[in-house]
Design a protein around this ligand. Structure first.
Ligand code: ADP
Length: 300
């Protein structure tokens, strides 16, 4: 009945990475390594992660009519994502300028570019994609009014998954649609704001649930995750691996969870699978380059 297991609506960025001995202060110039350019952005990452696992995946996003836009389209197609919903033009492709020092700490400047021009009208124009998709997932690297329009465009019976990153206070209409809302520790604290009165992730999940989502997932890095719906909160253990690079782990987790939910898995089952996908992703460098196939997840 559905053409797509997952429709991802979100950002696509070129990540421009330079290694430096020391990140520059105000007015300072430092020399670094050769420039590395990687496809990134949370929407693009999620779509690649899902497609690599075997999900029939489409991406609704906007890139510029430029070399970085073509790089992003190529990486989506190579992973098997349907790019019929990727709009081209209106602004330069979004870019993240990343400096990384030897300790792994980074400084990042993002120019949203075309991501900022993904408009509510673009969502309305993609109605056929929404009707063809079992699950729709999004993040907050595109305008909030566009995310609101995504919620209004959901087909009856489809499921909405949101990772509110970067975190912002969310309108009730968006919170109510989430099934689940997926947050890491930082995002949980920002969304909770003054309501963050405890150090326990179980309490964050309960308070977040009371704000309207039908279910909540809190990701806890190497500690795994926890899932909450109704009165039940349960822990999802992490898979022990040697972590090399955690970039993009949350995007892989979200994509895997969204896909498994669409296949009929329970929230706890889908999160357990997603934890395996997240663990596999941290064993390799990069974001999209680190995402596993289903066979690699099974072998973990
Ligand atoms: P984000 O990238 O959004 O901050 P997390 O760091 O919480 O998200 O990672 C998402 C998921 O990936 C975790 O819930 C966990 O399942 C898995 N994961 C992340 N880091 C590790 C790690 N070091 N070891 C095993 N699993 C990990």
């Amino acid at each position: 009945m559905y053409d797509y297991d997952l429709l991802v609506v979100g950002s696509a960025n070129a990540d421009l990475v330079i290694g430096v001995e020391r990140r520059p202060g105000a007015g300072e110039t430092v020399l670094g390594t050769d420039l590395a350019v990687h496809p990134g952005g949370k929407g693009a990452n999620q779509a690649v992660a899902a497609a690599r696992l075997g999900a029939r995946t489409a991406l609704l996003a906007r890139v510029g009519d430029d070399d970085y836009g073509r790089l992003l389209l190529d990486s989506q197609r190579a992973a098997g994502v349907d790019t019929v919903g990727v709009l081209v033009g209106g602004a330069p492709t979004g870019v993240a300028l990343i400096t990384v020092d030897p300790s792994g700490d980074n400084s990042i400047v993002v120019s949203p570019g075309a991501n900022g021009r993904l408009a509510p009208g673009d969502v309305r124009a993609a109605a056929s994609l929404f009707h063809a998709s079992r699950v729709v997932s999004t993040q907050l690297e595109v305008p909030l009014e566009t995310v609101v329009e995504v919620v209004r465009s959901l087909a009856p019976g489809s499921r909405f998954v949101l990772n509110p990153s970067p975190p912002l206070p969310l309108p009730r209409e968006v919170l109510d649609a989430c099934d689940p809302l997926i947050v890491n520790e930082h995002e949980a604290k920002v969304i909770l704001g003054d309501a963050c009165v405890s150090d326990r992730p179980e309490d964050w999940a309960r308070i977040l649930l009371a704000k309207g989502p039908r279910s909540v997932v809190v990701t806890l890095g190497a500690e795994g995750a926890l899932v909450a719906s109704g009165a039940e909160v349960s822990r999802v253990p992490s898979v022990k691996v040697d972590a090399v690079d955690t970039t993009g782990a949350g995007d892989a987790f979200t994509a895997a969870l969204a896909w498994r939910l669409g296949t009929g898995a329970s929230l706890a089952q889908a999160a357990a699978y997603a934890a395996r996908v997240g663990a596999a992703a941290v064993t390799r460098a990069g974001a999209q380059a680190s995402y596993p196939t289903a066979a690699e997840v099974d072998a973990l």
